[in-house]
Design a protein around this ligand. Sequence first.
Ligand SMILES: Cc1ncc(COP(=O)(O)O)c(C=O)c1O
Length: 377
Amino acid sequence: MNWSQLRQNYPATQKGAYLMNAAIGAPHKRVFETSLKWNKFTLETAAIDDIKFFECLEAARKTCADFLKVEQKCIGFAPNTGTNMNILAGTLKTKTSKRKVISTTDEFPSTTLPWLHAGFEVDFVSSVDGFLGIEQFIEKIDDDTAAVVVSAVQYLTGFRLDLEALGLELKKRNIPFIVNATQMLGVFEVHPEKFHATALSASCHKWLAAGIGQAILYLSPEWCQNFSPPFVGWSSVENYWDLANDRLALREEASIMEIGTLCFERLAALQTAIEVVLEVGLPEISQRILDLSSEMHLQLSQLGLKIHSYRKLEKHHTGIISFSIENHDAVEVAAALKEKSVFINNRKGRLRASISYYNNSEDIERLIVGLKEIIKG
Ligand SMILES: Cc1ncc(COP(=O)(O)O)c(C=O)c1O
């Protein structure tokens, strides 16, 4: 793969050292062109060929299903993971009288707040130096445990959980496994059936770089049956083009949570983003991100900074490195780096640099030079 040639297709990388991929991935030009094409289609034809919008929805569903290696009926779409988690919490509340879910202290709030709002207690597993062990989750399981709800990759530290090991333990105990794969989609394989997920949500604007406003919901085939989300809409029923308004014949598919008309241009863009990843090659992307993140980790370590990400076993690595600089405020450091066209995030008082496959060693070099200048004062 000619990575430097490929990089030309990601305009955000031309702004400097773009290391904010865990916030918003830099979209490939083709993703933008697809959005534009569908916008233009709406402008020029409005409803004349509106069947094409629904064909676009089902094409995106098929692409996502193939990407996740699941049946099409298991895939639904929402604007974000918060929506998906609210739907799952609201559904589980009616399916069980158990009221505890297990999550982690490092979680992104979209994973936990909807469960608190739905009346569940969240029992938080504490990470130790960024590490989360399977047994820490298992120890917390009791008779009141309704589910384990956790991110595949933690947004704060980049820790990659052993999903297969945890999923297997939960399956043995018949505990639903609800995964937020937002920080993993587009970097590593996300095959929910391989790790026995009951449900999974993934927002698509990060490593998949599909643009903002689209999330995937996966439901296991068992959960597709008798799935009764808190909200339904005109497109949630069998033969929805009959437009019957006096009968509730819900389909046994994840898509019944879509509630109504979707943003078709976003779905088309999502399809293009997946096609780009498949063209570059997911194994190649995974390896490139692991290599670049090891290089970035080494260089940050050599500066003597405090690294918060767990970096011992490679199976837990990702493109996210979290760190802090003694006697320096993270907000101020990120702002000073921005002045030097080095773009990283501050999250909860720490700095977070996140590196993707379209980045390169020069981006790391710019980060290190920028940090050295800031430290020197
Ligand atoms: C793990 C994780 N989940 C979800 C999100 C986004 O949540 P939502 O799609 O609800 O805006 C983020 C970051 O913004 C995240 O890091």
